[in-house]
Design a protein around this ligand. Structure first.
Ligand code: GTP
Ligand code: MG
Length: 213
C-alpha cells in the first residue's frame, strides 16, 4: 500500500498548442485561461503557481507566447497560456492572428470557466487593462485578478497600488499580489483561487464578474 500524498497545488502537464481557434479540440473539462498584457508575467506565473519551470516559456522580451498552450492539471481542470495583448513589435499579420486567437477563444470556448487576469502591480489602471476588463464583463466572464511582480514594490507601494486597482476596477474584493520569487504568493493563490473557482462554478454571485465583487 503506498501512501497518497496531497499538495496544496495540483501537478500539471503540457497538453498541446494551437495557433488558431479551429485547431483546439472540444473538451468538457473546466478551463481557465491566463490573460494579460504582453510581458506582464503570464507564463512565469503558470510555471511558478504550478511549481514546474518546464511548462511555459518565459522571456524578458514581450511577445514570447505566440500560441495558445494548454496544460492539464491533476484537479481535472485545464489552464491555457495565451499570447499577451498590447505588444506592437511583431508583424501586423502575427498580431492579427494573436488577437483573433484570443478573441475567438474567449468568445467561443464553451468550457471556458473563468479568466486568471494578470496586471502589473506597478501600473494600476492602464487604459489597455481597462479595455480588457470591460471586454471580459461584456462576455460575462468571471475574472480572478492577480497583480504580478509585487517584489518590485515596497510594502507601502503594494498597499497603495492595491487600493488604486480596486478603485479603478470598481471592486471591493482585494486583488492578489503575486511574485514569482515568493513561495508565500503561491500558497496565497492556492488558498484563494479554489474558493473563487467554486463560487463562480456554483454561480452563487451571478451578477459579479470581478473576483466576487
Ligand atoms: P508574453 O508571453 O510575451 O505575453 O509575456 P508573459 O506575460 O508570458 O511574461 P513572461 O512570463 O514571459 O515574463 C516576462 C518577464 O517578466 C520575464 O523576464 C520574467 O522573469 C519577469 N517576471 C515575471 N513575473 C515576475 C515577478 O513576479 N517578479 C519579477 N521580478 N519578474 C517577473
Ligand atoms: Mg508568455
Amino acid at each position: 500500500m503506498h501512501k497518497k500524498t496531497t499538495s496544496l497545488w495540483p501537478q500539471a502537464t503540457f497538453l498541446f498548442s494551437a495557433a488558431h481557434f479551429k485547431e483546439i479540440p472540444r473538451s468538457d473539462k473546466r478551463e481557465f485561461c491566463v490573460l494579460g498584457r504582453s510581458n506582464v508575467g503570464k507564463s512565469s506565473f503558470i510555471n511558478h503557481a504550478l511549481c514546474n519551470n518546464t511548462l511555459a516559456r518565459v522571456s524578458k522580451k514581450p511577445g514570447k507566447t505566440t500560441l495558445a498552450n494548454f496544460f492539464a492539471l491533476t484537479n481535472k481542470t485545464v489552464w491555457v497560456d495565451l499570447p499577451g495583448y498590447g505588444h506592437a513589435k511583431r508583424g501586423r499579420e502575427e498580431q492579427i492572428r494573436w488577437s483573433v486567437l484570443v478573441g475567438d477563444y474567449c468568445e467561443k470556448r464553451e468550457n471556458l470557466t473563468g479568466v486568471i487576469w494578470l496586471c502589473d502591480s506597478r501600473h494600476p489602471g492602464l487604459a489597455i487593462d481597462k479595455e480588457a476588463i470591460q471586454w471580459f464583463a461584456s462576455l460575462h466572464l468571471p475574472v480572478f485578478v492577480v497583480l504580478t511582480k509585487a517584489d518590485k514594490l515596497t510594502r507601502n507601494e503594494q498597499a497603495a497600488h492595491v487600493r488604486q486597482f480596486k478603485q479603478e476596477f470598481g471592486t471591493t474584493e482585494t486583488p492578489l499580489l503575486y511574485s514569482n520569487m515568493s513561495e508565500a504568493s503561491r500558497i496565497s493563490f492556492w488558498k484563494e483561487f479554489p474558493k473563487w473557482a467554486e463560487r463562480i462554478t456554483k454561480n452563487i454571485e451571478p451578477n459579479s464578474s470581478v473576483q466576487g465583487s
